[in-house]
Design a protein around this ligand. Structure first.
Ligand SMILES: [Zn+2]
Length: 101
């Protein structure tokens, strides 16, 4: 299994969406409870508008692949990406951000 396939399995995939690069997260959706049993924080892709959940395993991958530190109790934070696996070949520019008030 190649790295891309492995990440897609761990981090989740959905149907491709149009890529504008200018999506903004919906704060109501960011505040919704996580659904996955292993999910710890939401991720949002500015490139295609994809909102997804990051698992404990996904968090470790992001922290190893990028110099991003994702808190154990993210609270009112999410991880913002400029691109994700749906709209690019890999996740790009992860950044922990506060959910806008
Ligand atoms: Zn994307």
């Amino acid at each position: 299994m190649d790295e891309h396939t492995l990440k897609a399995q761990l981090l989740g995939t959905m149907k491709p969406r149009p890529v504008t690069g200018a999506f903004q997260p919906n704060r109501e959706e960011l505040f919704q409870s996580l659904e996955g049993p292993d999910s710890i924080v939401r991720g949002f892709c500015q490139g295609c508008g994809m909102l997804f959940e990051i698992t404990t395993e996904g968090k470790q991958i992001f922290q190893e692949d990028f110099s991003v530190r994702i808190p154990d109790n993210p609270g009112e934070h999410y991880v913002h990406f400029s691109r994700c696996l749906l709209c690019d070949t890999e996740y790009r520019d992860p950044e922990v951000r506060s959910i806008p008030r």
